[in-house]
Design a protein around this ligand. Structure first.
Ligand code: GAR
Length: 216
């Protein structure tokens, strides 16, 4: 039976598109069972619909609190019976209840070399700090915000004339290559989380995860 993904988005969905394309090309052996957005009318929902993928919008502001919003999400997600839940630009903080419900099955992409720069404005912060390298991380989600065990990272150079936008574009190119790669490992049962940490092909990965080579 094929590995079932549920993908959570909040916006433009370029990572979602990269995953949709990789599934269509046979580079990721998965079914995308559902795309769920916490914002109506975003480009990511159009991308899913264009690919004939089931979508669902749950607007967080329609719920009285985080707990009830997360309960509603769990209900929708569980109906789709996912093996892995993929956060692809999902910009809501998740409750501990939600995270525990999907322990070991919930994966996020974050635009920094974690543990550097959890939270927002990561590109600006890397420039302000004078960093020579920046990048993205894919990690299992735990109760600690952007703090879960890292599966993989891609490093990009920071150029002296970079703005947050030019740096973000360079990082996103790497995101679009790395997320499908990692999700395919996941779908093939090659990457799991256990008490020792992240396992790839039965080996415990180092703290920074697999390091993806930089390609311009
Ligand atoms: C991505 O760059 C992702 O790393 C970031 O949001 C962007 C979504 O872009 N995620 C976070 O900041 C999570 N804290 P997309 O909607 O075009 O895929």
């Amino acid at each position: 039976m094929s590995h079932r993904l549920v993908i959570l988005i909040s916006g433009s969905g370029t990572n979602l598109q990269a995953i949709i394309d990789a599934v269509a090309q046979g580079d990721v052996s998965a079914d995308i069972a559902l795309v769920l957005s916490n914002r109506a009318n975003v480009k990511g929902l159009e991308r899913a619909t264009a690919a004939n993928i089931k979508t669902c919008t749950l607007a967080h502001q329609d719920f009285p609190d985080r707990a009830s919003f997360d309960r509603a999400m769990i209900e929708e997600i569980d109906k789709a019976q996912p093996d892995t839940i993929v956060l692809a630009g999902f910009m809501r903080i998740l409750s501990d209840t939600f995270v525990r419900h999907y322990a070991g099955r919930l994966i996020n992409i974050h635009p920094s070399l974690l543990p550097l720069y959890p939270g927002l404005n990561t590109h600006q912060r890397a420039i302000d700090a004078g960093d020579q390298q920046h990048g993205c991380s894919i990690h299992f989600v735990t109760e600690e915000l952007d703090g879960g065990p890292v599966i993989a990272q891609a490093v990009v150079p920071v150029r002296s004339n970079d703005t947050p936008e030019t740096l973000s574009n360079r990082v996103q190119l790497q995101e679009h290559a790395l997320y499908p790669l990692v999700l395919n490992w996941r779908c093939e049962g090659r990457v799991i989380l256990n008490d020792q940490g992240v396992q790839l092909d039965g080996e415990t990965l180092p703290q920074q995860g697999y390091q993806h080579p930089w390609q311009d």
